[in-house]
Design a protein. Structure first.
Length: 89
């Protein structure tokens, strides 16, 4: 995920996307499907897609991330607020 974020910041979107996807895949297997870190990684991939104007691909990732965060974190947690704001962009 960190390398993907670095590549994204360098504008290397095609290289970043598979790394985000791999981090999410590994996270689901090792941390479980409802871990807050997984939601952060989903958010990161959605951010990459939004940067590329692929809003329809980003939206389900953001919804999934929000579902995880709402289930796992206190209602006022900043990650929940941030994800809701991303969904409304």
């Amino acid at each position: 995920n960190n390398l993907a974020l670095l590549l994204q910041n360098q504008g290397k979107y095609d290289e970043a996307k598979p790394l985000y996807e791999r981090a999410i895949e590994i996270g689901e297997k090792t941390l479980g499907p409802n871990h807050p870190d997984l939601a952060v990684w989903l958010n990161n991939l959605a951010g990459l897609l939004k940067t590329q104007k692929k809003y329809m691909e980003a939206r389900p990732l953001l919804k999934h991330a929000l579902d995880i965060l709402v289930a796992q974190l206190p209602p006022q947690h900043p990650h929940i607020t941030m994800t809701r704001m991303s969904l409304n962009d």
